[in-house]
Design a protein around this ligand. Sequence first.
Ligand code: ADP
Ligand code: TRP
Length: 321
Amino acid sequence: MRVLTGIQPSGDLHIGNYFGSIKAMIESQNDHEVFAFIANYHAMTSLSDGVRLSQLTMQAATDFLALGMDPQKSTFWVQSDVKEVLELYWILSNFTPMGLLERAHSYKDKVAKGIASNHSLFSYPVLMAADILLFGSEVIPVGKDQIQHVEIARDIAIKFNNQYGDVFTIPEFRVDENVATVPGIDGQKMSKSYGNTIAIFGDEKTIQKTIKKIVTEAVPMEEPKEYEGCNVYNIAKLFLDEEGQRELQERYKRGGEGHGHFKLYLHDVMWEYFRPYRERRVYYEAHQHEVREILHLGASKASEAVQPLIERIRMATGVKY
Ligand code: ADP
Ligand code: TRP
């Protein structure tokens, strides 16, 4: 099955991103045909600093390679390296009623937050539809906020197919209900926008400091503690197998240790967990030319994959004469 994911290059990845989406994507490379790209055109809707965008694009590529994106198994590229997506974006615009975009929550939310409304913000879902449809993707794993965008892609595909025959595969979204929301250090959903994140690749001192700030209940050291509902436990358990989780639960129940001890333990398990990824990241950080090469090869692979379909679309619509 062909699975497609777009990743906005938006800064330091946190453990909510990792357990909420990256881990499953990396694992799915073993039994699916994964197409993953860095959505730098989409990022332009919220970023107008060119130097920053190009840095963030390389950072995202470096992070994903370090975390296990495997360019041998999967196709991994930068959105702007496969220009056919812009061609399809225009073609699809002709099958996109204004009302469909006017109903998009994400657009309405962004405008409500005071982001200036411009054409790219408004037509964002059409570009996303082009990403999805160009690759004949069957399944799009998304967070809840992106479901409507996949539905818009479906609507556009159906309209196009009604006009020109069965050109597009009708995509489906997949929301992984098993993935729990990772809490941030204040117990709310971990999110960049709440400033409550623990970075995957932060330096050790900063991670220690952040973990120290995790909000916990004040209970005297000697007394037993509740692990359920404890932010430290809820984050630590992500890194532990069942036995590890049981052992930590016992330590909570036994008493005699304070939350400071559990925070130190969380730091240790997290640091160990990401050690191999961190080492691989150091390598890629020092070999950025290799990262660029991987991205260029990925773009060639992606470009090759879309040629038959884009040719068919050009013929069907008559732009090929
Ligand atoms: P942020 O909320 O930090 O801006 P994004 O919206 O960029 O994160 O999320 C990127 C991916 O990570 C999405 O698939 C999203 O569902 C997942 N994700 C982000 N935060 C969490 C979280 N706290 N728990 C689980 N998944 C998360
Ligand atoms: N809009 C997505 C997000 O913000 C990123 C994205 C762009 C995407 N194109 C895509 C995701 C195509 C899936 C498929 O997370």
